[in-house]
Design a protein around this ligand. Structure first.
Ligand code: TXA
Ligand code: MG
Length: 333
């Protein structure tokens, strides 16, 4: 058990950086979700991330840094296409997977041959990276398999007593995790959808294959597993017209409904999100956590529209609903 300190804003960046330089664990805001940071090039610091989250050692971490220049030091190849993507989308919500240099510890790559790199654009994340003066490994700051955190309160709910501090920067702007693109040999592959869409990426780097290379070990990209980003409980997707029916089918559970257009069925705990993708993404994880906090053990999610602007959201909802009953052993602690 550690005493978890609440730090806030730019004034506390030096203290957060001091804790990190000593090998500690500090959660910090990014434009996507809160990350759980530790020195990326210190194997023991990186290892402690797995213990705090209850994360399987087979799931590699994203290394956060300030620029393409810093990224180049951590890879054995920096293709021109990586430079073009970084020029266009960094700092921002794009993670690039490239062949790792040997100075990146196995604890970060989960023993694999590649490393995931991202330059976040959140001002506090950048101030923290600058003050630490070294790259930070940071997965989302939730207990393994739980919904990612978009506020400092979400981080504390999952990790209070398990990390040294959380740096509060208010709610995250985008609300869902970065787009993950592999540039390992064999051509670009989309490993995780995010707010930077496929068409915007393809405009820079040409055709992208969806999903990992055939035969790739699934554990190397656990974000692709069917069940992920999940609240504790049952999650069902239903078309707007079927929401009421889906809710009544789930009784006598305490049912919650996550809606953006459909009318609220009677007797159901309801959360409502904006009917446009940016606002929906921003509020999604908070809404799922709110329904969970209100003891909903089943959640009906009104299906979102088809269309590329909703791709990343549809991906997260499908994962949340990936299995109708969550293994109780996997419930967040
Ligand atoms: O927006 C984000 O990406 C947030 C913020 C904190 O930056 N981070 C985040 O980290 O979502 P995490 O660990 O929750 O998700 C990282 C995803 C996982 O699906 C992981 O398997 C994948 O990236 N990943 C990391 N390193 C990889 C690698 N070398 N090859 C393939 N996938 C990798
Ligand atoms: Mg995560």
């Amino acid at each position: 058990m550690r005493a978890t300190r609440r730090l806030a804003g730019a004034a506390d960046v030096p203290e957060a950086a001091r804790l990190l330089r000593e090998g500690g664990l500090v959660a910090f805001p990014t434009e996507t979700v809160y990350g759980l940071g530790a020195l990326a090039l210190d194997p023991l610091a990186a290892r402690s991330i797995y213990a705090a989250k209850g994360r399987p050692a087979t799931n590699p971490l994203i290394v956060h840094l300030l620029s393409a220049l810093e990224a180049r030091a951590l890879v054995t190849a920096w293709p021109e296409i990586a430079q073009r993507l970084a020029d266009r989308f960094w700092p921002g919500p794009l993670t690039l997977v490239l062949p790792r240099a040997s100075l990146v510890p196995d604890e970060v790559t989960a023993g694999g041959t590649t490393v995931a790199l991202r330059a976040p654009r959140h001002p506090l994340a950048r101030a923290l990276l600058a003050e630490v003066g070294a790259p930070l490994a940071a997965p989302s700051a939730n207990r393994s398999e739980h919904v990612s955190p978009t506020t400092a309160a979400h981080v504390l709910k999952d990790l209070d007593g398990r990390i040294d501090a959380v740096l509060d920067g208010g709610p995250c702007d985008l609300g869902i995790e970065s787009t993950v693109l592999s540039l390992a040999p064999g051509g670009p592959r989309l490993l995780r959808a995010g707010s930077i869409g496929l068409a915007d990426l393809e405009a820079i780097c040409g055709p992208i294959v969806l999903g990992p290379a055939p035969g790739a070990v699934i554990a190397a990209s656990p974000g692709l597993q069917a069940r992920h980003y999940a609240p504790a409980g049952i999650v069902r997707l239903a078309a707007g017209a079927d929401v009421a029916l889906a809710c009544s089918a789930l009784r006598p559970s305490r049912v919650g409904a996550l809606l953006h257009q459909a009318a609220a069925p009677a007797g159901v705990v309801t959360a409502r999100l904006p009917a446009e993708p940016a606002g929906y993404a921003r509020g999604l994880y908070s809404a799922l956590r709110d329904l969970e906090d209100q003891a909903c053990d089943a959640i009906v999610v009104e299906a979102v529209p088809q269309g590329a602007a909703w791709d990343a959201i549809r991906d997260r909802l499908q994962r949340a609903a990936g299995s109708s009953v969550l293994d109780p052993a996997a419930r967040p602690g």
